[in-house]
Design a protein around this ligand. Structure first.
Ligand code: SAM
Ligand code: SF4
Length: 483
């Protein structure tokens, strides 16, 4: 998933870049479907909540939905965590660094819990799912720990804490699916929303913790997705980003003829919805129908695909159990460009994975250059407990990981600059996001290919689609003037 695009809502903070029910020392919570009528357990109106989100868009979607559930029950979101009576951390386990940041905050919050006994502290998401019991043992001042497949029950669980349940209350049941009902995501960015269409992952990439934190794939029925999308559009959304770990396998578990492109057709017909995006694609699962549908529905389906190669070396791809070879990746790129000429690629890369040689790094660099990605996210390998790669040597020293990270990042920067410069003089169709972070008098938006662009204009343009002539370019963004 892309990590860099942030739409945090007020009081729902996403720090910059960056799966039983029993608590060993805490309360035991038993999943009881008869008690799912959460609406009968309203939160005290006015509870001040601060929700801090780590990780990918799927976490941001979950946060927006939990915030929606709490908002419906009268919670008030505050920007300053110090003012919050309820602090929620939605956590990420993909790399060690993200986990360390949460552990550091939990340590610091011990003192606040001592000072303010009424203050409630909740941990939700991937770390809660994977490390819930450990968190309950090491941080007994946490009140509530909610795993990835119990998020829809957050308000009821919170009510139990408020009613005096023994804490930490640990809810990490592996129920098959999460149902947020009719809740509308609570968004800072009124016109853009994430929408999870398939949860979990059936792959077993050796380095990756996601299958263990998010469980097996579960696709949502098309009718359910369309009805959520309609509620979002009714609430002012013009762009929806569909989310899945391997979104190409959307519908496989539902049987019949449910596919990503069928879903796209249904959404394409929705009046008021102007842009559809989707992430993340898997090189082994991408089908040509996807690219032809993108081209056919190009007035709304944006020509951008996030398809992580992870490595350009067949040897590493095998060690990572990615299930494809370099040549397959290139075949998919060629097919995509043939069927959808406007398409741009974004990639994730892991450097320093067990056994990676200089020749393997060269192979990644040459794949990056050959494909000419629009942008890339480069990650230093971080061993994850419970993954198959935990049994492989983490034999690349940190310094070498850093140097390899720098090499891939530098090459990507050069490619991005060259590609962005080639847009100078052209006219981009831009969805206006909001005021520029650097200059409040200017606006920023995203082009069809998801490039960030800065230009002059009034606040009334926010949420509108405008045309901008590109006048300058950096590796990370374009600048232009409205035409
Ligand atoms: N489902 C997506 C896919 O198959 O590409 C990726 C999901 S993962 C949340 C996002 C990215 O984190 C991956 O593409 C990978 O580059 C990176 N990643 C995952 N596990 C990692 C690890 N143990 N160390 C470093 N980076 C990792
Ligand atoms: Fe992780 Fe691989 Fe699944 Fe992506 S496809 S979430 S990298 S196991």
């Amino acid at each position: 998933m892309l990590d860099e695009h942030e739409h945090s809502l007020r009081g729902v903070e996403s720090p910059a870049h960056d799966p039983n029910l029993c608590g060993p020392e805490g309360a035991v919570f038993t999943h009881d479907p008869l008690k799912l009528a959460v609406k009968n357990h309203p939160l005290a109106a006015g509870t001040k909540v601060h929700l801090l989100t780590f990780g990918c868009q799927m976490n941001k979607y979950d946060s927006a939905m939990v915030a929606g559930l709490l908002g419906e029950r009268g919670a008030a979101f505050v920007e300053n965590p110090e003012e919050a009576g309820l602090l929620i951390m939605n956590t990420c386990s993909v790399r060690g660094h993200a986990e360390d940041r949460v552990y550091n905050r939990l340590h610091v919050l011990k003192e606040r819990k001592r000072r303010e006994p009424g203050f409630t502290l909740a941990v939700m998401g991937c770390m809660a799912q994977k490390e819930g019991e450990q968190i309950a043992k090491k941080f007994p001042w946490v009140d509530l720990i909610v795993g990835t497949r119990m998020l829809d029950e957050f308000p009821r669980l919170l009510e139990r804490v408020r009613e005096g349940a023994r804490t930490p209350l640990l809810a990490i049941d592996e129920k098959p699916d999460v149902k947020f009902g009719e809740t509308v995501a609570r968004r800072e960015n009124k016109h853009m929303a994430y929408l999870t269409v398939i949860r979990g992952c059936n792959k077993r990439c050796t380095y990756c913790v996601v299958p263990y934190t998010r469980g097996p794939e579960v696709s949502r029925p098309i009718a359910e997705i369309v009805s959520e999308a309609q509620r979002l559009v009714d609430d002012g959304v013009v762009e929806i980003m569909l989310l899945g770990q391997t979104i190409d396998t959307y519908g496989y578990d539902l049987g019949g003829d449910t596919t990503l492109w069928k879903l796209m057709r249904e959404l394409h017909a929705m009046e008021g919805l102007k842009r559809i995006r989707f992430i993340t694609s898997h090189p082994e699962e991408c089908r040509e129908e996807l690219f032809s549908t993108m081209h056919e529905l190009r007035d709304k389906v944006m020509p951008f695909i996030h398809m992580p190669p992870q490595s350009g070396s067949d040897r590493m791809l095998k060690r990572m159990a990615r299930g494809y070879k370099r040549e397959r990746y290139l075949d998919v790129v060629r097919a995509a460009r043939q069927r959808c000429p406007e398409i741009e690629f974004c990639g994730d890369w892991i450097v320093g994975f067990s056994g990676e040689t200089d020749a393997d790094v060269e192979a990644s660099l040459s794949l990056m250059a050959e494909v000419e990605f629009q942008f890339s996210f480069v990650f230093k390998y971080s061993v994850r407990e419970g993954t198959p790669a935990q049994n492989l040597d983490d034999d690349i020293p940190e310094e070498a990981k850093k140097a390899r990270h720098a090499r891939l990042s530098e090459l990507q920067e050069q490619i991005s600059l060259k590609k962005n410069r080639a847009r100078i003089g052209g006219i981009e169709e831009v969805l206006v996001d909001g005021p520029s972070k650097h200059d409040e008098k200017r606006l920023t938006g995203r082009t069809r290919s998801y490039r960030l662009i800065h230009f002059s204009g009034g606040q009334e343009l926010i949420g509108k689609i405008v045309h901008v002539k590109v006048t300058a370019a950096t590796p990370l963004s374009l600048t232009g003037e409205r035409v």
